[in-house]
Design a protein around this ligand. Structure first.
Ligand SMILES: Cc1ncc(COP(=O)(O)O)c(C=O)c1O
Length: 400
């Protein structure tokens, strides 16, 4: 009898992951994951936990004592950020301009909050005036929540002005930094962010599975003085804090993932935060200029475009899914399609962490050119590469 297929070996292709995440990571991260397993209360592992907390504070640019990786992907970070400070009946204002903001609002609603969304069309940043007006309409806003880097559209929403208006109203500011941490400027303390979370599989360049989070003393105070217990045992940050700081057992940490994060953070800090931000900015600019030279339109509003993800409109007459399939089959390269209302209409190209390189920019542009030509779309052959190379050369010269 033939053996069932699940008993066969699995050797996936070595894909280039240029979508919205996960992204590829440095071989050093994989090597770190091959280190021997330790018990989660082993003194050697406790040192690893301390290293990770210290490095996360450096990367978030914060002194917050409560800074740790939640076990789970970015959504676990989102859920932890919301459910620890929000109680049933609280008023929450969500700055909504994309798919992940909608998820934030959904989670707050499930936590029993009265949620007011200030909605901007996909592709646009949050409108600060509309947000200010909405905050003022309510007696007591517990928190304002926003997404710094909206992965569904490639839009960046600046934080400082929103932080100011939240604090003026006595509200906390919750920020989703899943696609920004480690890829662009983010200053938790200087900008007055109260709760900020991220995910490991994007600009931190690590596998998916952990959600770094940090919480200000102000937010911690509110959390510690809740009237109702946090509805989630697993994501209760008071308990997680005791586990990470005082070693009081809560759940078994995903040891190997934490080795991986330690190495990814070491790589980041060895490169330097600002050098990393500059690298992302330059490669994204080269990608944008290249795509435009190819005849594609960028989706996000000019001046608010992300350095970690570029969203382009799929041209008329080109089939989104067939194009991405060809890219995968012929070039072993993944990019993402649109999400939510933009499904089938966008190509989202991630330039995150280890993958934000000139080599990948030039390769993806050339592979996309091939995909478009195969689908019968007229492309000025080579124009995108020439345009991107020009941006990259100028960038190298400026950097000396
Ligand atoms: C901005 C943003 N927030 C939250 C998430 C959710 O993260 P995860 O899919 O890792 O749970 C994502 C994932 O792409 C994201 O881009």
């Amino acid at each position: 009898m033939e053996a069932p297929s699940y008993l066969s070996e699995f050797h996936p292709s070595s894909r280039l992951l240029m979508g919205a995440g996960p992204s590829n990571f440095d071989p050093r991260v994989l090597e770190a994951m091959a280190a021997p397993m330790l018990g989660h209360l082993d003194p050697d592992f406790l040192r690893v936990m301390d290293d990770v907390r210290a490095m996360l504070r450096e990367v978030f640019l914060t002194q917050n004592m409560l800074t740790l990786p939640v076990s789970g992907t970015g959504t676990a970070g989102m859920e932890a950020a919301v459910v620890n400070v929000v109680e049933p009946g609280d008023t929450i204002v969500v700055a909504a301009n994309g798919y992940f903001c909608e998820r934030l609002a959904d989670i707050a609603q499930r936590a029993g909050a009265i949620v007011h969304q200030v909605v901007q069309p996909y592709g646009q940043p949050v409108d600060p005036d509309a947000l200010r007006a909405e905050i003022k309409r309510h007696d007591k806003v517990k928190a304002v929540a926003m997404v710094h880097a909206e992965t569904s559209t490639g839009v960046l929403t600046p934080i400082p002005e929103i932080a100011e208006m939240a604090h003026e109203a006595g509200a906390l500011l919750i920020v989703d930094a899943v696609t920004s941490l480690g890829g662009m400027e983010l200053r938790v303390d200087d900008w007055g962010i109260d709760v900020c979370y991220s995910g490991t599989q994007k600009c931190l360049a690590c596998p998916p599975g952990l959600a770094p989070i940090t919480m200000s003393d102000r937010a911690m105070d509110i959390m510690e003085n809740r009237k109702t217990p946090v509805q989630s045992f697993y994501l209760d940050l008071s308990k997680l804090r005791k586990y990470w700081q005082q070693r009081a057992y809560h759940h078994t940490a995903p040891i190997i993932m934490i080795y991986a994060l330690r190495e990814a953070l070491r790589l980041l800090l060895q490169e330097g935060l600002e050098a990393r931000w500059t690298r992302h900015a330059l490669n994204a600019e080269a990608m944008r200029v290249g795509l435009e030279a190819m005849g594609l339109k960028l989706f996000a509003k000019e001046g608010y475009r992300l350095p970690s993800l570029v969203a382009a409109v799929v041209p008329d007459g080109v089939d989104d899914a067939a194009g991405r399939k060809l890219l995968l089959q012929r070039h072993d390269t993944e990019i993402s399609g649109g999400l939510g209302e933009q499904s089938g209409k966008l190509w989202r190209i991630g330039l995150m962490g280890h993958n934000s390189t000139p080599r990948n920019v030039l390769f993806v542009l050339s592979a996309l050119e091939d995909v478009l030509l195969t689908q019968g779309y007229e492309v000025p052959v080579g124009a995108s590469l020439a345009a991107a190379q020009r941006v990259l050369r100028d960038g190298y010269q400026a950097a000396g």
